[in-house]
Write a protein that binds this ligand. Structure first.
Ligand SMILES: Nc1ncnc2c1ncn2[C@@H]1O[C@H](COP(=O)(O)OP(=O)(O)OP(=O)(O)O)[C@@H](O)[C@H]1O
Ligand SMILES: [Mg+2]
Length: 270
């Protein structure tokens, strides 16, 4: 068995194309990646991720990044191949893994404090849970909003609350699917800094981070993985040994940036 934190072993995902007739006409059934005979999205992906690594996954829209993350999370099963975590095969979601969704997933009927406290269910005392929730909100610079409902926060604040909830769960593995998408540039830059600080603090947490923002990936990651267009394979893997805080204008990182753009098929405007 592998000594890596996460081992992805020849994972292929093929989405089925089952179409069932219903009273309302043609309707697609809930497709399952296990169904064979449809479209291959991921093909023979093998990767190993080490304990405490921050790995960014890049690739064109629709190439299968979220699909890969959901398979690692145990939300879905590959058509062939396996994922191992700490030497155990992934057969479903695990409580010590937290997923930060691309589309955001705060419970709208709970206050921000209650949302974060949800992740602190092991803390039995309600007051202690509340005060710990406030500590996690403070970590992402969200003091004083614990009694607000999600609709009362800006997009950036919601994302930060979601990150606070994820951190409160003290996850062993944090799977983040474009957690800063849809935010303005300045908020992204602030969250990027916070993420860097949090990763330095939580050095035991292994983070997989899907992003389209190459600078974000360059600033945060120990390693970058670029997927090719579907059926996606690992196109290239780059380690970044530059210490933090990183100067993105440095020669090393500028060269790496140009190389990544090149792999993504962008040859101008870099
Ligand atoms: N449940 C599903 N059933 C059928 N096809 C799916 C399903 N989920 C995703 N797909 C298809 O798989 C491909 C990869 O989707 P995925 O969401 O993993 O892409 P992505 O790389 O995360 O894209 P983006 O960067 O836009 O978020 C897409 O073509 C999508 O239509
Ligand atoms: Mg996605």
């Amino acid at each position: 068995m592998s000594k890596s934190k996460i081992k992805i072993d020849r994972v292929t995902v093929e989405y089925g194309n089952n179409v069932k007739r219903s009273w309302f006409g043609l309707r697609k059934t809930q497709p399952s990646p296990c169904e064979v005979g449809g479209r291959v999205v991921l093909k023979d992906i093998s990767l190993e991720i080490q304990h405490g690594e921050f790995v960014s996954i890049l690739g064109h829209s629709g190439c299968g990044k979220s699909t890969l993350l959901k398979i690692i999370a145990g939300f879905s099963t590959p058509s062939t191949g396996k994922v191992w975590i700490d030497g155990e095969e992934v057969v479903g979601p695990r409580p010590d893994h937290v997923f930060v969704f691309q589309e955001g997933a705060l419970f709208p009927w709970l206050t921000i404090g209650e949302n974060v406290a949800m992740a602190l269910r092991s803390v039995k005392d309600a007051r202690e849970r509340q005060s710990k929730a406030q500590e996690y909100l403070a970590l992402v610079a969200l003091e004083g909003v614990e009694n607000y409902y999600p609709y009362m926060l800006s997009g950036g604040m919601k994302q930060r609350a979601e990150i606070a909830r994820a951190l409160a769960a003290q996850p062993d593995i944090l799977l983040m699917d474009e957690p800063f998408s849809g935010l303005d540039h300045l908020t992204r830059l602030h969250l990027r800094e916070e993420m860097l600080y949090l990763h330095i603090m939580l050095k035991d947490t292994t983070i997989l981070f899907v992003t389209h923002d190459i600078d974000e990936a360059l600033q945060l990651s120990n390693r970058l993985i670029i997927l090719s267009e579907p059926p996606a394979q690992v196109k290239c893997v780059r380690s970044i040994k530059v210490p933090h805080p990183r100067n993105l204008a440095s020669e090393d990182l500028s060269d790496l940036r140009a190389n990544i753009y090149h792999h993504l098929g962008v040859h101008t405007a870099i």
